[in-house]
Design a protein around this ligand. Structure first.
Ligand SMILES: NC(=O)c1ccc[n+]([C@@H]2O[C@H](COP(=O)([O-])OP(=O)(O)OC[C@H]3O[C@@H](n4cnc5c(N)ncnc54)[C@H](OP(=O)(O)O)[C@@H]3O)[C@@H](O)[C@H]2O)c1
Length: 290
């Protein structure tokens, strides 16, 4: 994988995507909204998933489609959303797993999991599991997950996936869940065996609503620092668009890209047994077969 070429297509031009269906989670804001607009402008049928009803409905209305609402902190919502998607979509060419966030305090969801772990990893895992058959039945389909360079300081401990032990450090936990996105991608790619591909990427430091609740992150993502440090949502969406449309997705199957090129992250990302263990525990946590 390290010899894969740079992802083509990160210029502004997208191929026409009529007849293709793209499911985007986290479509109500930031990178997901920018990507959803570009996919729709290229002719794709976009299915926008969001949590906030107002924002998600507004984006869907702009694209002339129906929104799908789901709070990823609730497995019941993810199951209902997946059922809606399956009802509406006879094919899924791209599943863009983009919903995510960082939370300053440790919160336990009604499903009994630490919220960052559930929103950023477990619900993405569950949504993918529930849509997988439709993805695999669509020729050339791709599962693309928005990870982060923060994955490099994450540390996955299979004995403490809910970050219950020791002091809770929100941004460190965020990095850990973004490392889980990479491990998930590696293991998914292995299990798909070429029926579809799986890739993940770091979008850049993007000026979105990201980190709005986390003081240290907020400082970087709001003016004046954001003007120096961040790129736009449209620029942040470009690696996702490129992965979704590149002609040679098999060259980045299982890969983590730092924007447009194969990237380096935590050494744990290459631990095959860890990826398998995380998959098995995730399947048990969300109630799907491993
Ligand atoms: N911005 C960056 O610099 C950066 C860098 C690396 C990686 N990322 C990743 O990029 C992805 C998109 O983030 P962004 O920068 O575009 O930030 P954003 O503007 O805050 O968008 C985050 C998206 O995730 C959704 N989301 C958050 N919590 C959710 C929940 N409980 N249930 C369902 N959806 C939820 C949000 O939905 P609502 O708006 O409806 O709440 C929103 O659509 C995230 O996975 C993030 O980790 C961002």
């Amino acid at each position: 994988m390290t010899s894969a070429p740079q992802t083509p297509g990160h210029s502004s031009a997208l191929p026409r995507l009529e007849g293709r269906t793209v499911v985007v989670s986290g479509a109500s804001s930031g990178i997901g909204a920018a990507a959803a607009r570009r996919f729709a402008a290229a002719g794709a049928t976009v299915v926008p998933l969001g949590r906030d009803p107002e924002r998600t409905r507004a984006l869907a209305a702009e694209l002339g489609v129906e929104p799908v609402l789901a709070d990823f902190a609730r497995f019941a919502d993810v199951r209902r959303a997946a059922a809606e998607v399956l009802e509406r979509c006879h094919r899924i060419d791209v599943l863009a797993n983009n919903a995510g966030g960082t939370f300053p305090e440790r919160v336990v969801t009604e499903d009994g999991h630490e919220k960052t772990f559930q929103v950023n990893h477990l619900s993405t895992f569950l949504l993918t599991a529930l849509l997988r058959e439709r993805v695999e039945a669509t020729p050339g389909a791709r599962v693309i997950t928005t990870s982060s360079r923060a994955s490099s300081f994450g540390r996955v401990d299979l004995g403490d996936l809910d970050s219950a032990v020791g002091r809770y450090r929100g941004f460190r936990v965020y990095g850990t869940t973004k490392l889980m996105n990479v491990l998930f991608t590696r293991e998914l790619s292995r299990r798909l065996q070429g029926t579809a591909t799986a890739s993940c990427f770091h979008p850049g430091v993007v000026g979105t609503a990201f980190g709005a609740d986390t003081p240290v992150v907020r400082v970087l993502y709001r003016p004046p620092l954001s003007r120096l440090l961040t790129i736009t949502s449209e620029e942040g969406a470009a690696p996702l668009l490129a992965l979704a449309t590149r002609p040679d997705p098999e060259t980045v199957d299982g890969a983590y890209l730092d924007r447009f090129t194969i990237g380096r992250t935590s050494r744990q990302a290459d631990d095959v047994e860890l990826a398998r263990g995380l998959w098995e525990r995730s399947a048990a946590a969300v109630g799907v077969p491993a």
